[in-house]
Write a new protein. Structure first.
Lengths: 269, 269
């Protein structure tokens, strides 16, 4: 192991799941966890392995620091790290690497796990891609090696590539989930069960193993089927949240397939 | 088997996959397929079993008719069925059952499979829910029994319940798929691979086995994280299709969680 010690700063989902994974892989390494609020200390203390919950700040340690705090706290937290040989990384999809620059240490970078984390969900680390960068190639290589020990996939990505990937993740995860939440809310209001949609949702995703999403599209919008669309808009008219999203996404689908041949509409009709 | 003969009218995805499933389950029943255009006759002729492709109309047959044509053709096609003992059903999520009324036959109803079908994808019928209705209870029961022989799940749903379910399916399948298509297009434009999102997409769906979508939401919008949202809007500003959807869904997520306690934002941060 390249790092003699690992310090994890933060109390959220990413800090929690990273701590669990690191303690699982590195049972012989001392791991210290610190968060200013200490609000999840109880939860962290249940992690098995060599995990020490610190009640005082840990900014004088050597080794690797993983700063897994809110985006707007990254600079102020990292500025307090005083050990010159420390390697400091953050885990954010949105924050530039240089948010870590200009402090006592000289090696820093990014360790961004491309996944959605919730405290209550176990994580399958074996296929989570890490997007890695470092201010010097030594740091990049150290973080790559470390990330690969935690997961099967780690690639180098600069700030711009990471931000673009993060935006794609917002569409593919956050927005997708919101479509499900609206579907659930709508079924609730109509006294129908969300569970009836499960096979459909599963197939929606499984399809993407053999078709690109652009080619997998079905439904009234891609068929430009205005009678069905208008009937849906009428059903939704008293539900502004659903109505606005229905209008916006239907318009977007119609636009995406505006210049396609009839073939796609036929195939998916 | 309650029906001595099965006629399937249509040439699309639903007609094709239903014909395959019926010929698999009922190897001893004559199945006739007819479409006015005949455009997929070659494909249908490759289905194994007792499937006869008719080149002339089949409106004089007894038994079950499955009218799996475009919504706006259902009435005109069914009006041509002349056998008085026929049972006629359509497969649409949107069309009222009574679109089949007033013709030579007296028994009619709906056999709506809640799934997304593509010619090139095999279908796992065992868990596809059928939404069933009939104009008289005898028809409802016959269609229920028939649907249950094709799939594990069949429930009775009236026009209104079926339409509401169809709208939910548009959100959960069509709109979700479009989020993926936009993510793919965005990654393409940025010379990044869609495949990097696969573990995230899989987890997005797997999460729903243990969390409701409303509780599974993560990302900048639910956190009301305007610095990240504004950075994303700036990145997207030259891509109107992405920008419009980003704005609409972000606003919708913010609105859904407007009156939630801080707790959810903390958990998902």
């Amino acid at each position: 192991m390249i790092f003699p010690h690992i310090s994890i700063i933060g109390s959220g989902n990413v800090a929690y799941h990273l701590t669990r994974r690191i303690s699982e892989i590195y049972s012989d390494i001392n791991i210290t966890v610190y968060s200013r609020s200490g609000k999840n200390n109880k939860l962290f203390s249940q992690i098995s392995g060599q995990v020490h919950i610190s009640h005082e700040d840990i900014f004088h340690q050597p080794g690797l620091y993983i700063v897994a705090v809110k985006d707007n706290a990254i600079t102020s937290v990292s500025s307090q790290i005083v050990h010159p040989d420390a390697t400091v990384c953050h885990t954010s999809g949105s924050v530039n690497q240089d948010a870590l620059s200009g402090h006592a240490y000289t090696k820093y970078g990014v360790l961004y796990p491309l996944q959605t984390f919730s405290i209550e969900r176990d994580v399958n680390w074996s296929d989570i891609p890490f997007l890695i960068n470092g201010n010097i190639s030594e740091t990049t290589n150290d973080l790559l090696e470390f990330a690969r020990s935690l997961s099967g996939v780690a690639i180098v990505a600069d700030d711009s590539q990471r931000k673009s990937t993060h935006i794609a993740a917002v569409f593919a995860n956050n927005f997708t989930n919101h479509m499900m939440a609206l579907a659930e809310e709508w079924l609730d209001m109509n006294e129908l069960e969300f569970s009836i949609l499960r096979p459909l949702i599963l197939e929606t995703i499984n399809k993407l193993n053999t078709l690109s999403p652009k080619n997998a599209q079905t439904g009234p919008a891609i068929r430009h089927d205005d009678p069905v669309i208008n009937m849906h808009l009428k059903e939704l008219e008293k539900y502004p949240a659903h109505l606005k999203v229905y209008r916006a996404i239907t318009a977007s689908i119609k636009e995406m397939y505006l210049n396609q041949t009839d073939k796609i509409w036929e195939i998916n009709s």
